[in-house]
Design a protein around this ligand. Structure first.
Ligand SMILES: C[S@@+](CC[C@H](N)C(=O)[O-])C[C@H]1O[C@@H](n2cnc3c(N)ncnc32)[C@H](O)[C@@H]1O
Length: 198
């Protein structure tokens, strides 16, 4: 049961050190993310929620790295996003590199983006339109050798098959510019192996 003001209570618990930030990633997925993001300099996370992934990426990225943490953090009934407050506290625990929070939807950020991204974690809108916008909008910024981590991209026993899983199977895995370098639970790790054809 979710009590009214549940996210406010959770935020208070988090501030008091009584509650942990929440995530849907598994321990094995977080180990995989940490292993592949280690030492990367230009990182983007799409979908932040409580900042568990943000903090993890910050812990392992290059000391001079920059992580763009993108999430609209829609405000709740009190007009506040308590998820955002928790995420900012989580990210602030790690004094390494820079984290830039961006509250625009990922497709709007992509539309104005210009720099290469050597580690992209896609974990935002898992609808077909959402994953399609993220894949089509961001894949061009990944140079050869760069990585894309896709959460909720593999079917997991006991869980419904999401549109993001179907899109991964139908469109992303056949993309000849990328190859799978790791896969654990619902996470797929892809590496760009070829530039796009002109
Ligand atoms: C599964 S959570 C992210 C979890 C986080 N990556 C972690 O490691 O715990 C999904 C988040 O995506 C955000 N989101 C939904 N649509 C988005 C969009 N278009 N752009 C960026 N973030 C989006 C939601 O607000 C939500 O906080």
């Amino acid at each position: 049961m979710t009590l009214p003001g549940g996210s406010a209570m959770h935020w208070l618990g988090h501030r008091l050190g009584l509650a942990r930030a929440r995530t849907q990633t598994t321990e094995a997925e977080r180990r995989c993310l940490a292993q592949h993001a280690r030492g990367r300099r230009s990182l983007v996370e799409i979908g932040v929620m409580h900042g568990v992934g943000t903090r993890l990426l910050r812990e392992v990225m290059h000391p001079d790295g920059t992580l763009a943490a993108i999430d609209p953090f829609p405000p709740g009934r009190l007009g506040i996003s308590f998820e955002r407050l928790v995420a900012r506290r989580e990210a602030a625990q790690v004094p390494r590199g820079r984290v830039i929070f961006d509250r625009r939807p990922s497709r709007d950020v992509a539309a104005g983006w210009t720099a290469p991204v050597d580690f992209l974690f896609i974990d935002g809108d898992h609808s077909r339109a959402g994953i399609e916008a993220d894949w089509q909008g961001w894949r061009r910024f990944i140079p050869v050798g760069g990585l894309i981590a896709l959460h909720d991209s593999r079917a997991v026993p006991g869980h419904p098959v999401l549109d993001s899983v179907r899109y991964t199977e139908e469109v992303i895995l056949p993309d000849p510019a990328f190859t799978v370098v790791d896969a654990v639970d619902s996470l797929t790790m892809l590496q760009r192996v070829a530039p796009d054809r002109p």
